[in-house]
Design a protein around this ligand. Structure first.
Ligand code: NAD
Length: 437
């Protein structure tokens, strides 16, 4: 047994601040309320249903993750958020159309009690959207201060002990790092000057990090992936996780691709297309928001396949990703993948995947896990990028100079070893020679 990491207790309430009360957020909140009432099990959540093996395979020790590390309990979560629409969480969940009215009615009072605060929003960054519930301010710094005031009011009114913020807002336009992002002083000057290189998501993230609040990013936006906010996170002891929840087609890609590669089967092409009819699909219909998503979805294969190490197998893969906005499907996406592969002596084969998934049903348990693990990281005294949470993201945040780890199974091993490390248990290497001595 090694020395466990000291973790502050999980007593009191955990405030969950959600930027954007759309399909993902409302499915997450309504789900937690339903689970609390015993109406449904927390399927898809590693923190609630997963186990972690400890010690040798012969020891039979495999506690539930939530018994092994001190996580906030579902009864301790209190929700709040911002949105550009005034709908309360019940109305927003009905609009999103993910969960049945029957189920929503059973948690209606709890959902109606959550009314969004006015948002920091600018159409420049999400072109397909507009709404009335928006803050006015003299500049972006003033807007950040208004967000901080919302947080402090909520903390006092609800008497929450700790907080986590998660961006579950729409995907913003594609942006890259610029001068204003280089360090905190430049960033703060840019806030005051209303610099266009600071999108709304960065204003929220700045507010959270200033308050020492962990920040997660469910979307592919640049947001905290800039030196200024990485520095601020480490100065204020705030853990970070992102970006872009790994659900649907990309989840499948990170399950299948490592398998093909493990058997050294070659690829000539991977064509992914899907139809999706929710508001997320509508926003992604704008080429600038789509580009942010496309970059996030496309990098996955390159990193998994390592074409520089396997040029004969993966040196020339044609990877195409399409998202088509098709309103009749709502949140029930349908994805098709055509994979052209080749085996022994170069003989070609094809694999087709037709995934009829529900985006927000796959996303909600991830939001829950990320919120609970970010709070755990904060109590363990960790700050900055939490690479062990890569498991949940399409574009995992990573230290400069490293390549991100995309293989779902390596990501899971990393996550579980991190939990073992936290508790002072032996890390599992899967070497296993001791069983044959
Ligand atoms: N559903 C999934 O499986 C999945 C997977 C990966 C990533 N995501 C990302 O998660 C995000 C949320 O997805 P969704 O399906 O809930 O979308 P959604 O359109 O249903 O919800 C987004 C909400 O954010 C609000 N919003 C936009 N800008 C805002 C701002 N500046 N401040 C406050 N609110 C703002 C919108 O009004 C909307 O209600 C999207 O960026 C999406 O790309 C979702």
């Amino acid at each position: 047994m090694k020395q466990p990491v000291e973790i502050a207790p999980n007593t009191g309430k955990l405030g969950v601040l959600l930027v954007g009360l759309g399909a993902v957020s409302t499915t997450f909140i309504a789900g937690v309320q339903a689970i609390r009432k015993g109406l449904a099990p927390p399927i898809g959540s590693l923190t609630q249903m997963g186990t972690v093996r400890l010690g040798k395979r012969t020891e039979g020790r495999a506690p539930l993750v939530r018994d092994f590390v001190p996580l906030a309990g579902l009864d301790d979560l209190v929700f709040a958020g911002w949105d550009i629409f005034e709908d309360d969480c019940y109305a927003a969940a009905r609009t999103a159309g993910v969960l049945d009215a029957d189920l929503l009615d059973k948690v209606r009072p709890e959902l109606e009690a959550i009314r969004p605060w006015p948002a920091v929003f600018d159409r420049k960054y999400v072109k397909r959207l507009d709404g009335p519930n928006v803050k006015r301010g003299t500049n972006k710094r003033d807007l950040a201060e208004q967000v901080i005031a919302d947080i402090r009011r909520f903390r006092a009114d609800q008497q929450v002990d700790r907080l986590v913020m998660m961006w579950c807002g729409s995907t913003e336009i594609f942006m890259t790092e610029s001068e204003a992002h280089e360090d905190l002083a430049a960033f703060e000057r840019a806030l005051e000057a209303n610099d266009p290189s600071i999108p709304s998501s960065m204003v929220y993230a700045y507010a959270a990090l200033k308050e020492g609040i962990p920040f997660g990013n469910a979307a592919p936006n640049l947001t905290t992936d800039i030196p200024a906010l990485l520095d601020l996170a480490s100065d204020t002891g705030s853990p970070l996780a992102g970006k872009d929840l790994k659900t649907g087609q990309t989840l499948m890609k990170t399950i299948i691709a490592p398998g093909l590669k493990a058997r050294l089967l070659g690829l000539t092409g991977w064509y992914s297309t899907n139809i999706l009819g929710n508001r997320d699909g509508e926003v992604l219909d704008d080429p600038e928001s789509f580009k942010t998503k496309e970059e996030s979805k496309k990098s996955v294969l390159d990193y998994i396949l390592q074409p520089h190490l396997y040029p004969d197998l993966y040196g020339d893969v044609c990877h195409v990703v399409r998202i088509n906005y098709y309103p009749p499907r709502g949140d029930n996406k349908e994805g098709w993948d055509n994979i052209d592969l080749f085996g022994w002596l170069g003989y070609p084969m094809q694999l087709k995947i037709n995934f009829l998934c529900r985006d927000s049903i796959l996303a909600a348990p991830i939001v829950l896990d990320v919120v609970l693990f970010l709070d755990l990281a904060k109590r363990a005294g960790w700050d900055g990028i939490q690479e062990w949470l890569s498991f949940y993201f399409k574009s995992p945040m990573h230290a400069a100079g490293l390549y991100p780890e995309h293989d779902l199974f390596i990501q899971m091993m990393k996550l579980k070893n991190t939990l073992r490390y936290l508790r002072g248990e032996e890390l599992i290497t899967h070497l296993g020679t001791e069983y044959y001595d």
